[in-house]
Design a protein around this ligand. Structure first.
Ligand SMILES: [Zn+2]
Length: 492
C-alpha cells in the first residue's frame, strides 16, 4: 500500500531520468530528501501540475570556482536559477584548502579568500553554517597545496616539502575530496615538473579519486599537454578528467578533434578519461596569469574584454582595444597599465579565443560533461557562463542546432558526472535516490545572460529541488538552504 500522502508530487511530468533513455510520462513523489516513487503517486501535501514540462535530475556543474562563493553568496542564485543542484569546486588547482587562517596565498586567487578553516572538514563546517542553497563536492588544488608549502617559489620541492604536499592532498582525500586538480598554466603550478604532479596524484589514487587538470597548455602545445595529463594519470593509476577542453587561438581551431583522439586512445589503453566543456567561445580568468609583461601578445590582447577591474570600474565590459583607443594608449600599453595598477592582480578578463565548431565537437563526445568555469565575482561584468551555461546547452545546442538530443544533454549534466565524481544515489530519477530535481519547459528554456548583460537569470526553469526542498520556483529563490557538502563516493 502506498503511503497516505507525500511531501511533494509532480503530476504527469515528462521524466528524463538522467540515463539518456527516452522520456516517459509519470508522477514523481518526494518524501523527505528522497524520491519516493516514480510512476503513480499517492496524493501529495503539495501537488505540482507538470504537464508539458520535463522533470529530470538536478544538474551538476563539473567545473566550478565556487569554493568562496559558498560563504560569500550561499544563496548561489547564479547556479540555482540554471537548475544546478551540485557544484564540483576547487578546480584549476585553486581550492580553499589547505588553509592557514589569515594568510594571503596568491594574488587574484579565484577560489576566494580563506578564513577560519584549516582543512576540508572545517571548510565544510563553515559552508554548512551558511545554509547553502546547493550541494558542493570539492577537489584539492595543486596551486594551493604548493603555495601552502612553497609559497610562489619557482623551484622543485625538496623531499620533505614534497612529503608535506602529499600529506595535504591525502588529508583532503580522507575528508572526502574527489581528487587532485591542477592548473599547470598558472603560477605557482607551472613551476611543477611532471614528477611532482604524479607524486601528488598518487595520493588521490590511493582513495580511488581523480586527477582533474587545467592542462599546461591549451593552445599551440595542446597535444603535448594531453600527453602529459595522460602520463600523470597512467603513472599514478588514477582516472583523468580534462577541464574546459579547448584549442585556444585561431591558428589552433579544429584541433580538439586531435586531442579527443588522443584522449580516446588513452581511454582504450586503460586510463579512463572524461572531460568538460563550457558552451561559449570565450574563456575567462585572472588576467595577470596569462600575460608576460615583457612580451605582451598583441593578437591575444585584441581578443580580451575586461570582466572586473577594481581600479577602473569603467573598463568593465569593454574590449582592450576599445579601452586603449579611448585612453590614447597602444593595446600593449593598455594591458601594461591595467595589470600594474594597485589592484591589477585582481583583474579578471574574458578572452575570445575558442572556435564554435570545437564546442560542438566537444559536446558530441560521449565522455564530455558540462562545466561552467564561472568565476563568481559579481562586481563588474562576469563571463555570462556564470549565469547561463546549462540553459545555453539546452537552448542553443539541443533545441536550435540539434547538436545533442535532449536526453543526451541531460545525461551529460546528471548521471554521467555523478558516476564519475562519486556522487552516490544522485543523477537519476529513481526511487530511493536523493531528490535533486529540475522542472523545466523544453520549448522555452534559454540563457539570457550575455557579455553585455551577464547577470540575467535564464528563463524556462520552473522549479529546482535540492535534497527534497524547493530552492527555486517561478523565478523566485526560496532561501531553503538545503544544500549539503558531499564527500566522494559516500552517500550523504
Ligand atoms: Zn581552468
Amino acid at each position: 500500500m502506498p503511503r497516505m500522502a507525500m511531501d511533494l508530487v509532480f503530476r504527469h511530468a515528462l521524466v528524463l531520468d538522467g540515463s539518456g533513455a527516452p522520456g516517459f510520462e509519470a508522477d514523481v513523489g518526494v518524501e523527505g530528501d528522497r524520491i519516493a516513487t516514480v510512476g503513480e503517486a499517492p496524493p501529495g501535501r503539495r501537488e505540482v501540475d507538470a504537464r508539458g514540462l520535463v522533470l529530470c535530475p538536478g544538474f551538476v556543474d563539473t567545473h566550478s570556482h565556487d569554493d568562496g562563493a559558498f560563504l560569500r553568496h550561499p544563496g548561489m542564485e547564479f547556479k540555482v536559477a540554471q537548475g544546478v543542484t551540485t557544484d564540483v569546486s576547487g578546480n584549476c588547482g585553486f581550492s580553499t584548502v589547505p588553509n592557514e587562517p589569515g594568510r594571503a596565498y596568491m594574488p587574484g586567487d579565484i577560489s576566494g579568500p580563506g578564513a577560519g578553516w584549516t582543512d576540508l572538514e572545517s571548510y565544510f563546517s563553515a559552508c554548512m553554517a551558511k545554509r547553502p542553497a546547493i550541494n558542493n563536492l570539492m577537489l584539492v588544488g595543486h596551486n594551493r597545496v604548493r603555495a601552502h608549502v612553497l609559497g610562489m617559489e619557482r623551484r622543485a620541492p625538496a623531499a620533505e616539502e614534497l612529503a608535506a604536499m602529499r600529506g595535504h592532498v591525502a588529508r583532503a582525500m580522507a575528508q572526502g575530496a574527489a581528487g587532485l586538480s591542477t592548473g599547470l598554466i598558472y603560477e605557482p603550478g607551472r613551476y611543477a615538473r611532471t614528477e611532482e604532479v604524479i607524486a601528488l596524484a598518487r595520493e588521490a589514487a590511493s582513495y580511488g579519486g581523480l586527477y582533474v587538470t587545467h592542462m599546461r597548455n591549451e593552445a599551440d602545445r595542446l597535444l603535448d599537454a594531453v600527453d602529459e595529463a595522460v602520463t600523470v594519470a597512467r603513472e599514478a593509476s588514477v582516472g583523468l578528467h580534462i577541464s574546459h577542453h579547448k584549442a585556444a587561438g585561431r591558428r589552433n581551431w579544429g584541433r580538439v578533434a586531435e586531442s579527443l583522439a588522443k584522449a580516446d586512445a588513452a581511454h582504450r589503453a586503460g586510463t579512463s578519461v572524461t572531460l568538460d566543456v563550457y558552451p561559449y567561445t570565450a574563456g575567462s580568468g585572472p588576467m595577470w596569469q596569462y600575460v608576460n609583461l615583457d612580451a605582451i601578445d598583441r593578437e591575444w590582447a585584441e581578443c580580451v574584454m575586461i570582466a572586473s577591474c577594481p581600479d577602473r570600474r569603467e573598463f568593465e565590459g569593454r574590449m582592450v582595444p576599445d579601452i586603449a583607443a579611448g585612453e590614447g594608449w597602444t593595446v600593449e600599453e593598455a594591458v601594461q597599465r591595467i595589470l600594474t595598477a594597485p589592484r591589477g592582480k585582481e583583474v579578471i578578463c574574458i578572452q575570445f579565443i575558442i572556435d564554435e565548431g570545437d564546442i560542438e565537437t566537444n559536446l558530441r563526445h560521449p565522455r564530455t560533461f558540462i562545466g561552467s568555469d564561472g568565476i563568481p565575482v559579481l562586481k563588474g561584468n562576469p563571463h555570462p557562463r556564470l549565469f547561463g551555461t546549462m540553459p545555453r546547452v539546452l537552448a542553443r545546442y539541443v533545441r536550435e542546432r540539434g547538436v545533442l538530443t535532449l536526453e543526451e544533454a541531460i545525461r551529460k549534466m546528471t548521471s554521467a558526472p555523478c558516476e564519475r565524481f562519486g556522487l552516490v544515489k544522485r543523477g537519476l530519477v529513481r526511487e530511493g535516490w536523493f531528490a535533486d530535481l529540475v522542472l523545466f519547459d523544453p520549448a522555452t528554456v534559454e540563457d539570457l545572460a550575455t557579455y553585455e548583460q551577464p547577470k540575467r537569470e535564464p528563463r524556462g526553469i520552473q522549479m529546482v529541488i535540492v535534497n527534497g526542498q524547493v530552492a527555486f520556483e517561478d523565478g523566485r529563490h526560496t532561501g531553503a538552504g538545503s544544500g549539503r557538502m558531499l564527500r566522494y563516493r559516500r552517500e550523504a
